[in-house]
Ligand binder design. Structure first.
Ligand code: PGA
Length: 229
């Protein structure tokens, strides 16, 4: 059986109290409770939460204390190391809390003018800090930097619109990416994933999981997605 990545991207959402409530609520689901003490949630599923940087510490403490079957990721990485880079969070700092980092999300490209070149620098520093990049591509033509093993295909028209791509097209893109980049080990799909459609995506042979924005903010919806995967 293939391994499935279920990745929550909270984007710029949630206060500390809201995050604590989310953790408390999701811990009450039977499927999560049963997986406590066992990590990962099962050999086939890796669940990764990517909260804002301000919440990484809160989530790590809670997850460690309650032995919840979740890993953590940052939503971005500085293209610089430690030093005089006001406002940036570098890869080594993220590594204190997390094992993964989203890089190249299309909201970074569209709202902050980020380029392939900048994303290449971020990937390099993430890998040096032993963070696994979750590298976002908009289509099969987006360049994937050297060293990336986990790719998220997220067509911009599907992000936050309620209008997901078809599982068949996600399969096609995943297949092309795997063919083009032999170091890529997994391709996941993101864009308007819900508990209703998640299974259609992950049942595609080359789609190895999902990246979830909106639906991950609600613990009930997210637990249902984990259950249905
Ligand atoms: P969405 O976002 O699930 O709200 O469409 C996905 C993403 O941007 O990662």
């Amino acid at each position: 059986m293939k391994k499935i990545f279920i990745i929550a991207n909270w984007k710029s959402n949630k206060s500390t109290l809201e995050a604590e409530n989310w953790l408390q609520e999701i811990s009450n689901f039977q499927s999560i409770r049963q997986a406590q003490d066992k990590f990962p949630i099962s050999n086939e599923k890796e669940v990764i939460i990517c909260p804002p940087f301000t919440l990484l510490s809160t989530l790590k403490t809670y997850i460690d204390e309650k032995r919840l079957p979740f890993k953590l990721g940052g939503q971005d990485v500085s293209p610089f190391g430690a030093g005089a880079y006001t406002g940036e969070i570098n890869a080594e700092q993220i590594k204190e809390f997390a094992d993964y980092a989203i890089i190249g999300h299309s909201e970074r490209r569209n709202n902050f003018g980020e380029t392939d070149e900048l994303h290449g620098k971020k990937v390099k520093l993430a890998l040096e800090a032993e963070l696994t990049p979750i590298y976002c591509i908009q289509n099969e033509n987006t360049h994937v930097p050297e060293g990336v093993s986990l790719v998220a295909y997220e067509p911009p028209t599907a992000i936050g619109t309620g209008n997901p791509d078809t599982p068949e097209n996600a399969e096609r893109v995943a297949g092309e990416v795997m063919k083009k980049y032999t170091l890529v080990k997994a391709v996941i799909y993101g864009g308007s994933v819900t508990s209703e459609n998640v299974h259609n995506f992950i049942s595609m042979p080359s789609v190895d999981g999902v990246l979830i924005g909106g639906a991950s903010l609600d613990p009930r919806k997210f637990a249902q997605i984990i259950q249905n995967s």
